[in-house]
Design a protein around this ligand. Sequence first.
Ligand code: PPS
Length: 288
Amino acid sequence: WQPLLFSPLLGFTLIRGTHDPDDVDQIKHLEIRDSDVFVATYPKSGTIWLQQILLLVEAKGDVTAIRNPTIVSNADIMPWMESIGTREMFITAPSPRMRVTHLQPQFMPLALSQRGKVIYVARNPKDVLVSYFYFHKMAKMLETPKDFNDFFEKFLRGDLFGCSWFDHIKAWYSVKDEMNMLFFTFEEMIQDLKSVVQRISLFLGKDLTNEEQANVVKHSTFKKMKDIPQANYKQVSEEMFNHQNGMFMRKGTIGDWKNHFTVAQNERFDQVFQKEMKDFPVSFIWDI
Ligand code: PPS
């Protein structure tokens, strides 16, 4: 049984049972409202962090409003656009429709160039690789890695759900000016969450007081999210995640790759990075 599903129709790798290529192919025809917001990320780059922040911004920092006992996780309100069933529900869902996605921009609704908003969060790819490695150990819909080096090579080949990290960021960055898009990095969030929350509120046109913004920050720190089951995915069924093998809220730091990469792996990574990203205008923070 092969968990990954390369779709020749899309030229993109999905997850069997979680995604349906024909359904993903229909996303581009969806109508878009001005109030729609999409968070686009390569996996392990801050998706669930943004879910928590956007829900808190909507609730003006009131955490009791989002600690909803009737939901299992924040994905119940802000699901992955590509997951089976999301597209159909999107059509009639009430505004604001907030969705996350690991897809590349060519699969998104064509109308996004006229209306709606996109937030793209990028993370330094060495930390993404490490985080994704651990995620493959806990996520039952993904293949358990043979070993770190095998996974390392798969990441560089883009042989994972989400395809190549390099293609993902370049594709989204190239449509930045065509769409109404806010672009920032995971590392900026780690270093100055307050100012990122301010930028997000402004971008979404939400007029939050200083106190409300401070509450958004307070309830979206790593420590707080670890205690909120809807935010940290602890309540998601054992059928999906083996919670003994890992967790979404794993470390939440910059530079954990240094505890995993060998010198040779690091050199190889840097070579590929330089080749792929040589003209890319964004620089990354690799450690602190
Ligand atoms: S997924 O599966 O793609 O949706 O995962 P994603 O949410 O994109 O990424 C998970 C990583 O984000 C870290 N995270 C945080 N770090 C710091 N502060 C906060 N509040 C926070 N929330 C999530 C999480 O710990 C994962 O990174 P690693 O490096 O594995 O710890």
